[in-house]
Design a protein around this ligand. Structure first.
Ligand code: UDX
Length: 452
């Protein structure tokens, strides 16, 4: 930092996945603007772009032999578990070398909660470290609770519809089935990874990409349980927007949106990991077509199992979409949500998409796929009351009705009012004297004083 006469370095350790890369790189930008230099440590399985947008950052790669096909074969949880085992020693070596070459200028290591291998190095070199949670505070609370359950009896509860539909004690309004279990692998391996992510070990603080106006009680819970400062500094995409798209954005959809009526379009996107079955896509296409509303649909290559892109979909799908829809492989999502033609967002409810939709004042149709998305969907519908959740089998009638509720009905108008109100609160929180603004300042001050 300038006043100490040395520019101090912050080392970031991202998870190589879009939903995690985006917020950590935004955090990097925010900390860079406060005078820190930023080093990003990547694993060889690398999905972070060191493009011109981050030309001020320093990038290092540590050896690790996992590949894209390992991710496919192992699934994300076993993959992460293995990645953490493989990277522990090489990260230690990398930090040791950095300290030798650059002098002792590391202010702290900020690691994604899923990259807990970082802790071995910070312990060895006695560096301050900070855990960065890219999901919601409520999802963190749920992972903490889940990490303490007995896997066998929880599995039995989840299989019993009478129990899985019930509220989970102490987590109102979340039901058993809303807890962040995953479609990606057996419960045991998920709980194993969760208990690692919520174990803060020697971390001196926790940063969360959220804000008190959205999650005050979950933040208070964490503050009490973790016994280190918790800094809610989000939404980072408003506080420190920094492009970090891993796929090429198709901007032609913005021209298509220009031709649509204000508030009429349903934007559909399922983020960077969720998959969709052909049967469900057909029901969606029928329901959307029958609703008579235009729709912009992001179909990510590889998101339909067994298909490169859309080639396995029947002719019927293209016919339905061609009437009122527009398809792209990847969209400039925030610009799309900001476009006046967009009236609703059909989302898998990833935390970034949730924050981005609220940040642009767009109500949502919630169709969570897995993990924390189920928690976010329940909050969107029941706590913030700005979304309609679709549960169970998808059928065209339910899809059509959900679009009507959101776009045409009084209920949708009320949701729009509430989400616009929240949007204003989010914007206020990242402005001078707002809660997230002050939180990031407090974090930086603690770093300067080294008094975590
Ligand atoms: C993953 C998890 O699935 C999610 O639940 C968790 O909260 C974060 O990590 P992902 O599924 O990719 O993330 O969803 P999300 O968090 O919504 O992030 C997707 C990002 O991709 C958003 O920032 C969104 O703006 C961006 N995006 C998505 C685009 O830029 N263009 C698109 O077409 C689609």
């Amino acid at each position: 930092m300038e006043e100490l006469g040395v520019k101090r370095r912050i080392v970031l350790v991202p998870v190589p996945a879009q939903g995690h890369v985006t917020p950590i790189m935004q955090l990097g930008k925010a900390l860079y603007s406060k005078g820190f230099s930023i080093t990003v440590v990547l694993t060889q399985y690398n999905r972070v772009s060191s493009s011109k947008d981050f030309s001020d950052f320093h990038f290092l790669t540590i050896p690790g032999s996992l590949t894209e096909s390992d991710l496919k074969n192992l699934g994300p949880f076993k993959f992460l578990f293995k990645l953490n085992q493989i990277c522990e020693a090489s990260f230690k070596q990398c930090i040791g070398q950095l300290l030798q070459e650059q002098g002792n200028d590391i202010a702290c290591v900020v690691y994604d909660e899923y990259m807990y291998f970082s802790q071995a190095a910070v312990k060895e070199f006695q560096l301050p470290s900070v855990l960065f949670s890219t999901t919601s505070a409520t999802a963190f609370v749920c992972r903490s609770v889940l990490s303490r359950v007995n896997a066998e009896s929880f599995l039995l509860d989840m299989k019993d519809p009478k129990v899985s539909d019930k509220e989970f004690p102490g987590l109102h309004p979340l039901r058993y089935k809303d807890l962040p279990t995953s479609a990606f692998g057996p419960l045991e391996s998920i709980l194993k990874v969760y208990s690692e992510t919520v174990n803060i070990r020697t971390a001196s603080a926790v940063i969360i990409n959220s804000t008190s106006c959205l999650e005050s009680s979950s933040l208070a819970w964490l503050q009490k349980q973790l016994q280190v400062p918790v800094y809610p500094i989000g939404p980072l995409h408003i506080a420190a927007s920094a492009p970090s798209s891993l796929l090429e954005e198709d901007r032609s959809c913005l021209e298509w949106l220009n031709k649509q009526k204000i508030g009429s379009v349903i934007y559909i996107s399922l983020g960077s990991l969720a998959l969709m079955e052909t049967k469900d896509m057909l029901e969606m296409a029928w329901g959307l077509r029958n609703s008579n509303q235009p729709f912009l649909w992001v179909i990510r290559p590889g998101s339909i199992p067994g298909s490169e892109w859309t080639e396995s979909l029947p002719e019927e799908f293209s016919r339905l979409v061609s009437e009122r829809g527009y398809i792209v492989k990847w969209a400039p999502q925030i610009e799309v949500l900001r476009h006046p033609a967009v009236g609703g967002f059909w989302s898998h409810c990833g935390w970034n998409s949730t924050l981005e939709s609220i940040g642009e004042g767009v109500p949502m149709i919630c169709r969570p796929f897995t993990g924390d998305q189920k928690v976010n969907a329940r909050y969107l519908e029941r706590v913030w009351r700005i979304g309609v959740q679709l549960e169970g089998e998808l059928d065209k009638g339910t899809v059509e009705r959900a679009v009507e509720r959101l776009i045409m009905d009084e209920e949708g108008a009320e949701m729009r009012k509430r989400v616009i109100n929240l949007k204003e609160k989010l914007q206020a929180s990242v402005k001078s004297r707002g809660s997230s603004f002050s939180s990031i300042d407090n974090f930086v001050n603690s770093l300067k004083m080294m008094n975590f």
